[in-house]
Design a protein around this ligand. Sequence first.
Ligand code: IVH
Length: 821
Amino acid sequence: MSSEPSPADIKKRIDELTQQINHYNHLYYQEDTSEISDFEFDNLMDELIRLEKSYPEFADEYSPTQRVGGTITKNFETSAHSVRMLSLGNTYSEEELIAFDERVQRGLGHLDYSYFCELKFDGVAISLVYEKGRLVRAVTRGDGFRGDVVTENVKTIRNIPLRIKGDRIPEILEVRGEIFLPRKEFEKINAEREANEEALLANPRNAASGTLKMQDSGVVAKRRLNCYLYQLLGEDLDIDQHDEAIALLEKWGFNVSPTYQKCQTVQDVLQFIELWREKRHQLPVETDGVVLKINDYGQREELGFTAKIPRWAIAFKYQAEKATSELLSITYQVGRTGAITPVANLSPVLLAGTTVKRASLHNANEIERLDLHEGDTVWVEKGGEIIPKITAVSLELRKATAKPIRYITKCPECGTELLRKDGEAKHFCPNAGSCPPQILGRIEHFVSKRAMDIDTLGTERIRALINQGYVRTPADIYDLPDIQEKLLGLEVSEDQYTKSGEGYLYVSLKKALFALTDGISLTAIDQFLTGVDQEEQPIKLAAFLDFIRETGKKVNENTAVIRRLTDQLDREAFDQIEDFIPVSAVLKSLGSLPSHIYEQLTSLSKIKNTVHDLLFSFQSELSQGYLEKVRKLKGNSFQEGVISNMMEGIQASKGQPYEKVLFALGIRNIGENTAVLLVEHFDTFEKLKEAGREELLDINGIGETLVDSLQDFLNVPENMEIIKRLKSHGLLFESSKEGIILESEKLKGKKILASGKLHHFKRDEIIDFVRSHGGMYVKSVSKNIDFIIEGEDMGPSKKEKAAKLGIPLISEEEFLKNVTR
Ligand code: IVH
């Protein structure tokens, strides 16, 4: 039996946790390392939050838990800056920098001055105000005079001291600097967004600024913003040099970038600029130049200001970096709505610290504007944006025989003739019905929470099922339970595959080398490949032989396999694709195969999309050892647990009421409410199908556009076929008792919206509640609404709109009283 911990124990544990968390935060933010995993860190934090909640008497206002956010700020207040937040003059040239220095010299009348050089961090300027050593306010730059108060969000930045200790701390103190999203965090967020098919953030600065203005500080806390401080303001500081201020900031525990340097002459400054030109790309933050400031405060005062900018400081900006590269090919990507985006594949060049292999080309007009030809040498530029762009073509280097790029006329995913609407820049694929990325969009809608609610079918799984031909329409989902054995081992992530121009299946070089060798880890192979990134493939393979020797692992066997592979590649003369290698060559080198399989592999790889698919029908003929090696080649695959989990979700969805099914079909213009409305008037799908145009238009809330799209849908025989199949699988096409049970008619004919946080209902429950009492739940404020249920913190703009339209607001309690009375 455990006894209750004593208050002293609790306090001790709280102190212990606080210390540990502060230590790990320091390591993470200041030293860029971590000794524990995110998971372990979160556990420590959770324990501390729990203890502080249960024992508020021990909770410290400056505890690290104060940084996990959770406060919602609706509209940011503004606050005036005590001293105006100025901007800097800037220049891109050495000459102008020297001219600046001459002005300084003339202004001071002597040479006895020094510059303090810092990097110019590309983030969001912030002012932190401390009163009696405590952080009381964080304000953005705004217009220089007033900025937004973003204190709650800034508190989530773990290396900004909430309280500073030490002597000589003035009553009121202001520290200024730059908030930024570390490059690594930015990439992580974008990788996640890409996986979820969300729009990517353009660059770390926009991301930082967007994050800082978020309303929920809990979300801000998850994006690990960071901050460099570079300015100190306050009375009685007793310092008269900038380097002393920086030293004080460091002493008080502020994060100061260690990149600064004091320079005696402008020549030293120029050296500093050169020193950081390339090296700055290794810093955790994007930088776009160098700021040089006169170090002495008295001299600053002598020099003074122009209208907007100081005469004692200037920013030198590095030119956007440019490089030339060769255009290898163009890939045409198809979006969910069928829109086509061309992307240039380039020979790898080092630009602004990263290897660039691709550049966006936007649309056909851009290709025309550049007059792009095959094999052109192009100029690539990378400014603050992450995706580089092609700015020009070198005409001198164009070969006389080079052909102009001809824009594709057919969809690269499905082969359908592309269309381009008048006035639109982008081409699109009209084959909504069977073009894979477009199918994906529809299936995702079908399984989504408010539709069929099959949460065991996530995007990656759906994508795998579509690409491998198992799912094309919603009805196919319900056939999956009959083919479960085929799904076992089906590969989920297909990033590791690509198809050559002739349609052959290729697999990533990394996976191939991993599968072909024994005893060498994927990480080691990854590192090896990074080292030979710039080389052509045959050279990479030759270098890999040396690498095998160095590892000392199964040298003879591994070398022999790689030799087999290179021979195979020579024999079949495949096209070369960067970082990818033909699957058939890999499978043939992997071990001995029955001859009939060996002979078919290359041609089969033209019609299959994964190794799993390619070998599926031969499985019983392959040796256990061979299958073992193949497993190393495959992507993540569906295993029994995953499959039964998917099947459960599919089965459970059959209970969804008819209006959800109708909504799930994704008929254009039939949203959730319209689906409910239609089901109210026609309680079976048959009746809806038979309904005439007039009859439909008679319904309040149904207009011409909607009737058109409904009829378009009903007129496509394939759609009717899908519905027949869905019915045969037991989906509900009539309103039944399993749907929403009408509990009362108290809200009959009423249009209702809830806004703000409710206490009696979870997010979606209110919708069903309103419906179960005969009402209609709407999603936006319009003059047709009968009343709005006002939750906690209802947005001011909604309130204003409601007042303008004269829509009454009622509290949640009042609403419940009325309905349940
Ligand atoms: S000093 C009066 N130092 O650049 C001088 N600014 O164009 C005030 N910035 O709004 C600024 N890194 O947001 C200074 N090391 C640095 C800086 C820096 C970035 C930003 C800052 C300012 C803008 C001026």
